[in-house]
Design a protein around this ligand. Structure first.
Ligand code: NAD
Length: 509
């Protein structure tokens, strides 16, 4: 693409963005110092003013005031807001998905899937609003009842990453709202427009069902805006999704004020492929998990640990599929791999590849830049690299499509290699041997928050709890009982007798 053509394409994408924003009910922002770029051409779609210190303070104050009323609205009534949001998301699914494609570079199918995930979590949250169960336990004292009650927590600060610009917000917000919390959202500075669209839809839903629109606040900007949210004692829970580097700063700051943190940080996900695996199925799963979203998912498969007896046929299959992947404009039908988010992503990938080759790695295929989209757009062919060992670069998360393949002879050694990285998000084992499968899922198997058999590491459903261990941060979001992170638990003991027996049989007379 010539420079003139790139500029024309950017102009067209800019016009399209404005149309989409208007269609979603959002007023295109006043220009400011925060640029919203499209990775499709690297050009600017819009710019907006970042939130000032005063804006952040006002937003947290408004959310705090709104919380005082919202916490007393019965949970099934709070769900009406989430139900309306789900309806609006369904109505606007294609427009919002297109905006995700324009701003984050996801291919259309994945962007649509991301909005579907938002609708799914809203449905989950609506049902949950009638199931915020506390337990009743047998009291050791006669004439006493012992139980626990779950109460709303307060203001939830949501900090999100660029690569799931809308779904992660929805995971947090749908649950927080039915739990009776209010939300202040600081999206990635890379994706401010999708955030604006979601905020507008939620505010509209609130007004349509008669809920207080102030239950949701949006602040925009980079790390320093997030820091203000992190440090504010009015924010009861900071739910932060992003890199381990970000988590290392955020967690101690929140801890210093005894706030709560829910961390969803980087992953370095692997699959083990055993001799009995269905290699065709494994190869399909591996290609989606490793190359999908251009390797920019927290759950992207980055390491492959293959039994020496099947490494040849498996890598042949994966490499053949890699060579056929269409890399290009994510808006075009048939394209499976869109652009990297920016030059940083590209440079990070090239540097990791260089280090891998220095460590004795052998490039099987891919890794090169795909030209023709302008100098500010970064498209790459997913790389497959055979590694002689799990060296330092393999143990790091490089947020780009590089799959490092290693071999093993003994399953115990494979599991040790698998767990021998600082991150602990998602994992897979491909096998048709039940003993191997159970071994992987056992206490001394995978040490990750997500452990799968015969499916890839990415593409989780909302029904399960999502998150990981070690440097991934230990947080759980989305399904199962993740809602408990958004509430506080009170243990209640009621004495309905005329006596005052003490616990543990203590006599104090
Ligand atoms: P990032 O860490 O650069 O930014 C994430 C968010 O944190 C942004 O909103 C950013 O402005 C904010 N931020 C950064 N430093 C901060 C600070 N000191 N204080 C407050 N806020 C701060 O991450 P990214 O490049 O946007 O996203 C990619 C990373 O996110 C990868 O490491 C990926 O694995 C991870 N991720 C994890 C999950 C998960 O669920 N575990 C999901 C998506 C992405």
């Amino acid at each position: 693409m010539t420079q003139a053509l790139t500029e024309r394409t950017t102009r067209e994408l800019r016009d399209r963005t404005e149309m989409l924003l208007r269609g979603l009910g959002a007023v295109p922002p006043e220009p400011g110092s925060l640029p919203a770029r499209t990775p499709i051409t690297g050009g600017e779609l819009a710019s907006l003013p970042p939130s000032s210190i005063i804006d952040v303070d006002l937003a947290i104050g408004a959310a705090d005031r709104a919380f005082r009323e919202w916490r007393s609205v019965p949970a099934p009534q709070r769900a009406a807001l989430v139900r309306r949001l789900a309806a609006l998301l369904t109505e606007h699914q294609d427009e919002l998905a297109e905006l995700v494609t324009l701003e984050a570079g996801k291919i259309t199918a994945e962007a649509r899937g991301e909005v579907q995930e938002m609708i799914d979590i809203c449905e989950f949250a609506i049902g949950l609003s009638r199931q915020l169960y506390g337990r009743t336990m047998p009291s050791e004292r006669p004439g006493h009842r012992l139980m626990e009650t779950w109460h709303p927590l307060g203001v939830v600060g949501v900090i999100s990453a660029f690569n799931f610009p809308v779904a992660v917000w929805a995971w947090n917000t749908a649950l927080a709202l039915v739990c009776g919390d209010t939300v202040v959202w600081k999206p990635s500075e890379t994706t401010p427009l999708t955030a604006l669209a979601c905020h507008t839809l939620l505010r509209r839903a609130a007004m349509e069902v008669g809920a207080d629109p102030e239950v949701h606040q949006l602040i925009q900007g980079a790390a320093e805006v997030g820091t203000r949210l992190v440090d504010d004692p009015r924010v009861a829970l900071v739910s932060a999704t992003g890199s381990v580097r970000m988590g290392r700063t955020v967690a101690p700051r929140v801890a210093a004020r005894f706030g709560r943190c829910l961390l969803e940080l980087g992953g370095n996900n692997a699959a083990i492929v055993t001799p009995s695996a269905d290699l065709d199925l494994a190869a399909r799963a591996i290609v989606f998990a490793a190359a999908g979203t251009a390797g920019q998912r927290c759950t992207t498969m980055r390491r492959l640990i293959v039994h020496t007896s099947v490494v040849g046929p498996l890598l042949d299959r994966v490499a053949a599929a890699y060579r056929q992947l269409r890399v290009g404009n994510p808006l075009d039908e048939g394209v499976l791999v869109g652009p990297l988010i920016n030059s940083q992503g590209y440079l990070g990938m090239q540097s990791a590849l260089r280090r891998a080759l220095e460590d004795g790695g052998e490039l099987v295929c891919g890794g090169e830049r795909v030209e023709g989209f302008g100098e500010d757009a970064f498209y790459v062919r997913p790389a497959l690299v055979r590694m002689p060992a799990q060296t330092a670069v393999v143990r790091e998360e490089t947020f780009a499509p590089i799959l490092y393949a290693m071999t093993y002879n003994d399953l115990d050694a494979a599991i040790e290699l698998h767990n021998g990285v600082p991150q602990g998000l998602s994992s897979s084992l491909f096998t048709q041997d039940q003993r191997e499968a159970e071994r992987f899922l056992a206490a001394d198997g995978s040490d990750c928050g997500i452990a799968n058999i015969n499916i890839g590491t990415s593409g989780a459903e909302i029904g399960g709890a999502f998150g990981g261990e070690k440097e991934t941060g230990g947080g759980r979001e989305s399904g199962s009982d993740s809602w408990k992170a958004y509430m506080r638990r009170a243990t209640n003991t009621v004495n309905y007798s005329t006596e005052l027996p003490l616990a543990q049989g203590i006599r104090f007379e």
